[in-house]
Design a protein around this ligand. Structure first.
Ligand code: LLP
Length: 485
């Protein structure tokens, strides 16, 4: 996603004038060579060189994402900062759509907005003709506000409130994915009262162990999500409750076995279980599911040790497996869906921090940055690992092992425990890769650290899509009102 372009630096040993020339041949001149490079990187006040004396020549690199200079963005907007490569997001989405295709079924790709959602993101999803998975009234509201075609929205969640169900019916969400019997009862009551309809899908738990972090497994036997395939009477109960709804259409089943899954076998097993389940339900009740969603969970590369199967291959594997399995089964659904979240935005996003201080303990070299668990809680919550580099020094020789620590008041606030980097200096910018999924969306304002701004870059242009959360923003909800009871 990023590209380091080299520039040649000409300067005099005696620092009274300097010139930097970038790879496109643009010349930047200043009082000294270093200042000239700085001008080139920041694009500020450029004066063409007249005459200069060439003394030394070295290569500097300029880290760019989609032709936008990272350091320049960091200087302009401050840090911490989140940057997304828009073309990379669009590419991932279309890769999923192109590879999850079949002659046998209609196919849909629903982006799971929990990975990262905002107006600009919903527009990308809508324009791609993709579907959207939301799990709360807030996500639904944002999607509607951004102009998302609500017919293409799946409303998920295991604890939908009455207000959220009303909102889904009011805004015309295409499908609601029920989790339990109580939700089914509530939905029938509300939809009958509002006289508004919606397609209904039930989340089942296929009981497949996906090999991933225990906090992101969702299909173990005691999972809070869905109804176990073994509890057929509960499943029948949901179907008959929905059947009684005057405005509801029961369409089929959904599953999601976990997240950051790198082994296609788990999906294969889940598809086999789902198909056997669909056949069994059909045998018992005569109901043939016309829609099945396989969920999301496709893994991405955070560090060298992650070996994910690329999204396109996973999507192709899944559809081929569906053709093979459902092709032989009694029940062959008309429509199939996958719900990638992380694999669409994860590697497309980076975080940029500024190094504030360096401190050595008995055994560690700490580098303290100006963000932390308030903008990325994943290392503290799941022990997630990331890689990083010093902006514009990505190709320099690594010299030291640093522990990159955040500014939040918590010992667990370590972004990277062991980053092998060139010599770090206060004021250096640090880029942490693959923070696009579940970074911003799980950010908080713990310690009243405002959430970072988010920038989308594409074809050399940068757009601010979420502003930095200011101190004022963080106090706007505070009030002192007497409550009349
Ligand atoms: N569909 C459903 C029903 C889900 O529950 C999820 C994720 C997805 C799709 C998208 O999964 P993905 O493709 O992004 O793996 N906060 C955790 C991840 C929690 C995932 C929750 N559900 C993390 O940071 O790793």
């Amino acid at each position: 996603m990023s590209e380091a372009i080299s520039a040649e630096l000409y300067g005099q040993a005696w620092p009274c004038s300097g010139v930097a020339v970038n790879s496109r041949g643009t010349v930047y001149e200043s009082r000294c060579a270093i200042a000239a490079v700085d001008q080139m990187l920041t694009g500020k006040s450029i004066a063409l060189a007249g005459f200069y004396f060439l003394r030394r020549r070295e290569t500097v690199t300029m880290l760019k994402i989609s032709d936008v200079c990272v350091r320049r963005l960091a200087r302009e907007l401050g840090t911490p900062l989140q940057i997304f490569d828009q073309a990379a997001i669009e590419k991932q989405l279309s890769t999923a759509q192109e590879n999850f295709r079949s002659e046998m079924f209609d196919t849909e790709v629903a982006y799971a907005t929990k990975a990262f959602g905002c107006g600009a993101m919903y527009k990308i999803v809508n324009d791609a003709g993709a579907y959207l998975d939301v799990v709360s009234g807030g996500e639904m509201y944002g999607a509607h506000k951004a102009g998302m075609d609500m017919d293409r929205v799946f409303f998920h969640g295991n604890s939908k409130t009455e207000e959220e169900i009303e909102q889904a019916l009011e805004l015309g969400c295409g499908t609601i994915v029920l989790d339990n019997i109580g939700e089914a009862e509530k939905l029938v009551r509300i939809s009958d009262k509002m006289e508004k309809g919606i397609d209904v899908v039930l989340r089942i738990n296929p009981g497949i162990e996906a090999h991933t972090h225990e906090y992101v497994i969702t299909a173990n036997i005691d999972s809070k999500f869905g109804i176990s395939v073994k509890k057929t009477s509960d499943i029948h109960r949901v179907m008959s409750i929905v059947d009684d709804g005057r405005f509801l259409n029961f369409k089929g089943f959904h599953m999601h076995i976990g997240s950051q899954i790198t082994d296609p076998d788990s999906f294969g097993k889940a598809i086999e279980t789902m198909s056997a389940f669909a056949d069994d339900i059909c045998e018992r009740s005569g109901y043939a599911a016309e829609f099945i969603s396989l969920g999301g969970g496709f893994g991405i590369k955070y560090t060298e040790s992650d070996k994910p199967v690329p999204l396109g291959e996973m999507a192709r594997y899944s559809i081929k497996k569906c053709e093979e399995v459902f092709g032989k089964a009694k029940v062959r659904p008309k429509r199939l869906c996958i719900e990638p979240g992380r694999s669409v935005v994860g590697e497309a996003g980076v975080s940029v921090y500024k190094v504030g201080y360096l401190k050595d303990t008995e055994t560690l070299h700490y580098a303290f940055v100006d963000g932390g668990m308030s903008d990325n809680i994943r290392p503290a919550l799941y022990g997630s690992e990331y890689t990083c580099a010093i902006v514009n020094k990505e190709n320099d020789e690594p010299k030291r092992h640093y522990c990159i620590a955040g500014k939040n008041c918590e010992s667990a606030d370590i972004i990277i425990h062991d980053a092998f980097l060139p010599e770090l200096h206060e004021g250096d910018y640090l880029i942490v890769y693959a923070t696009g999924a579940y970074g911003y969306s799980m950010a908080s304002n713990y310690n009243k650290c405002g959430r970072p701004p988010v920038v989308f870059v594409k074809d050399g242009e940068a757009r601010l899509v979420i502003k930095r959360e200011t101190y004022e923003d963080m106090t706007t909800l505070e009030t002192d009102e007497r409550i009349e009871l």
